[in-house]
Write a new protein. Structure first.
Length: 155
């Protein structure tokens, strides 16, 4: 949860520095997304995440130009949305309507950010690798995937 909150806060801090009109709506959609996320449920497990939060990526992105920061936020939101498009891969039983509304509000933020930056511009591979590791070590393991024993236990 801390990671998603960081993304929402980072973009709200950038809003005054930019001329992109859409960013005025960001706080509204951010609050809607966080509300849906809270409704979906509390922490699912007491276990610590096998993939640590990428603090270095966030520290590094703070020192880049604003456009790169917005691309980072957009790409992070896109990958977060993908984590909640779990279909039959996960045994997690979030309310489908709430999950759908969460993904819709995140999608609106992604679309809005695309009006501020080039949709073709992407962040580096480190962000993609982080989310790939996160989904492999959490999402696939909750659904009983045949790859779960290898991915989750490191065997």
């Amino acid at each position: 949860m801390m990671g998603w909150t960081s993304i929402f806060v980072l973009c709200s801090v950038l809003t005054p520095a930019l001329c992109c009109n859409w960013l005025r709506h960001y706080i509204y959609y951010s609050n809607v997304s966080l509300t849906h996320l809270r409704r979906m449920g509390d922490q699912l497990t007491e276990q610590e995440s096998p993939v640590s939060f990428p603090y270095r990526l966030y520290t590094r992105i703070r020192n880049t130009e604003v456009e790169s920061q917005l691309v980072f936020i957009r790409d992070s939101l896109d990958r977060i949305s993908d984590l909640y498009r779990h279909d039959s891969l996960s045994s997690v039983t979030w309310d489908t309507d709430t999950t759908h509304h969460f993904r819709m509000s995140v999608g609106k933020m992604i679309d809005g950010l695309n009006t501020c930056v080039s949709p073709n511009k992407q962040t580096d591979n480190r962000l993609r690798k982080y989310y790939r590791r996160l989904s492999r070590s959490t999402l696939y393991c909750t659904g009983g995937s045949t790859d779960c024993s290898t991915v989750c236990t490191g065997r």
